[in-house]
Design a protein around this ligand. Structure first.
Ligand SMILES: Cc1cc2nc3c(=O)[nH]c(=O)nc-3n(C[C@H](O)[C@H](O)[C@H](O)COP(=O)(O)OP(=O)(O)OC[C@H]3O[C@@H](n4cnc5c(N)ncnc54)[C@H](O)[C@@H]3O)c2cc1C
Length: 554
């Protein structure tokens, strides 16, 4: 990625075909889609990339079993096709995960789940839909004729032994058997950064910490949040991809309220637990109060549990996990696994808000559709919101198709053919001395080929080859690399979104004795030329951010 300074210069000095507001997965997708169709693109993010909902998901790239219950079959099918495509486009970043629906203590596996999983298979597996429709579906999804994408094995019944092998944490509950099925997992914030990186390869100019303040005749007025300076961005079209903030961007001459969405935020909380306290090889579907279920998933060396789903009316800039949500998750976890985990056993927690569109109904947020919606004002502003992480490419296509239609151009969507990064075999990497082998594997999964330049940074000084936090593979070199190449400016950028340590070990690194924020700040100080005072201010700033986000459960 180009530096923020260079991006700001380009933002004010050039005219753009499209200005995208919002650097979450939807905005990143719109930037990539528009740039690959030949538009000149500017993207503005008011905070950090993925700092909104796109770093706070359950990290699943999935059809969404729960939406079968609400008969959102179109959404499930679309998401399943996208899931397959994402594994193909970003195999290092979107990977299959096994999931188990276990039956306990003599019970048989729940047949309703079996029926749902059959539908899931039929919608996802080309061979079950017949060869011809398979080829058609695959060709549509991949944009290439007749090529069959990755598709998961069908779900199957498994015995008690296999359940315990996959879910060691469940051993004490004496499972009788269960269903095994497949979905995919990712690192949501890294997916956003990867899509942005590709958009930039196609010429998009992206800058974080630049807020779109208002729409103007020429494009939009923005503010550089580092300096307070105002900037005029000249753009033919503006796309509002601000997720849960989408209804805050309103043109002056709005003719009808139907031209802009009404967002109804719903908060979802997740908790993380050390694998030693809740060992999982596969994910588990865990029954929870209110007839719901939550997922317990292995993720980046921890067990990740979530999510809750409740209407939310608090501050959307900093969303804290609520104590009630944490209790709900712990209660479900303990009841299912037979554990006695308490708040003190958690390694971290985080919360995010879903950008659900209110249609004026009074349904609970859990029942509201995750369908994406496109709005267009008479002044031309296009707003795209709702949807899911999994369906980002379809959402982007919807928005850019509309631009292309307006312009009367012939420019088909190409994102189904654009690889997202480039995978690399960890064995092909040459780490400098001191880099632990598990870090090499983790870097390959996070950056693909771009792990090579990260390791080159690690080779610069012995300190940079060290893990940021002992026991987890993320390297201090990643702090320096992200400052140079990913517009990371703060300790929070590094700990919450470039690495995911803030989620995996929020309690430890936001504790009073932790030296992690200081070590990261010192690396950033060298990259950004901060003096001692600024470095101290940045450490304080992280402490405030950690408290506002509630990652340390304090
Ligand atoms: C708890 C939870 C779990 C989820 N789990 C999953 C899952 O497992 N799988 C899945 O597919 N989906 C999941 N989702 C849904 C998914 O995370 C969201 O649909 C998706 O991340 C929304 O992305 P977005 O880009 O539209 O919004 P955001 O990521 O919120 O991005 C909007 C961006 O716009 C920026 N912005 C706002 N106003 C301005 C402005 N004026 N100027 C500049 N920038 C601005 C914000 O700072 C923000 O970064 C989950 C959601 C939640 C809440």
């Amino acid at each position: 990625m180009i530096s923020r300074g260079q991006a700001l210069e380009a933002l004010t000095g050039e005219r753009f075909d499209v200005a995208v507001i919002g650097g979450g997965i939807t905005g990143a997708g719109v930037a990539l889609d528009a740039a690959t169709r030949g538009y000149s693109v500017a993207l503005l993010e008011k905070s950090d990339y993925a700092s909104g909902t796109s770093s706070r998901s359950s990290k699943l790239v999935h059809g969404g079993l729960r939406y079968l219950r609400t008969f959102d079959l179109g959404l499930v099918r679309e998401a399943l096709l996208e899931r397959q495509l994402m594994v193909k486009l970003a195999p290092h970043l979107v990977t299959p995960v096994k999931l188990v629906v276990a039956a306990l203590e003599g019970a048989r596996p729940d047949r309703l789940f079996g029926i749902g999983l059959n539908m899931y298979d039929v919608m996802a597996t080309p061979s079950l839909r017949g060869r011809r429709s398979a080829r058609r579906a695959s060709a549509t999804a991949s944009g290439q004729d007749g090529e069959v994408d990755w598709s998961p094995p069908r779900h199957r019944l498994i015995g008690a032994e296999e359940v315990v092998a996959l879910l060691p944490a469940l051993a004490a509950r004496q499972p009788t058997g269960g269903y095994l099925f497949y979905d995919c997992q990712t690192d949501d914030a890294r997916l956003v950064l990867t899509v942005l990186g590709e958009a930039e390869r196609f010429g998009a100019i992206c800058a974080n910490r630049v807020e779109a303040v208002e729409l103007t005749v020429e494009g939009l007025l923005a503010r550089d949040l580092e300096t307070g300076a105002e900037l005029d961005v000249t753009a033919e079209n503006v796309v509002n991809a601000t997720g849960v903030w989408a209804d805050r961007i309103r043109p002056d001459e709005l003719h009808s309220e139907a031209e802009v969405p009404v967002v109804r935020p719903s908060r979802g909380t997740h908790i993380t637990i050390a694998q030693s306290d809740l060992p999982l090889i596969a994910g588990a579907v865990v029954p929870a109060d209110g007839g719901r279920f939550i997922f317990a998933l292995p993720w980046l060396g921890r067990s990740l549990l979530g999510t809750t789903d409740n209407n939310y009316s608090g501050d959307i800039d900093h969303v804290k996990p609520s104590a009630q949500d944490v209790d709900y998750l712990l209660k479900a976890t303990n009841a299912f696994f037979g554990t006695e985990l308490g708040v003190d056993d958690l390694s971290g927690a985080y919360a995010g808000v879903r950008p659900l569109i209110s249609s004026g109904d009074t349904r609970k947020s859990v029942d509201i559709s995750r369908k994406a919606e496109l709005y267009e004002t008479s002044s031309g502003l296009i707003t795209i919101t709702g949807g899911k992480l999994t369906t980002w490419r379809r959402m982007a296509k919807m928005a850019v198709d509309r631009l292309v239609e307006r312009d009367g151009r012939n420019a088909p969507c190409r994102t189904a053919e654009i690889p997202l990064g480039q995978p690399i075999d960890p064995a092909a990497l040459n780490p400098p001395e001191g880099v632990p082998p598990e870090s090499v594997v983790a870097l390959a999964a996070r950056y693909g080929h771009a792990a090579e330049p990260v390791l080159a940074v690690a080779a610069e000084r012995g300190e940079l080859a060290q893990p940021i936090l002992p026991g987890l593979p993320d390297l201090l070199a990643e702090a320096a690399f992200s400052a140079r190449h990913e517009q990371a400016a703060t300790v929070g950028d590094v700990l919450l979104r470039r690495t995911r340590l803030g989620l995996l070990a929020g309690r430890e690194l936001s504790g009073p004795d932790s030296d992690v924020p200081r070590r990261v700040a010192q690396v950033l100080a060298r990259e950004h030329g901060w003096g001692e005072r600024r470095t101290e201010e940045e450490i304080d700033r992280f402490e405030q951010e950690a408290a506002a986000e509630g990652i340390g459960l304090r």
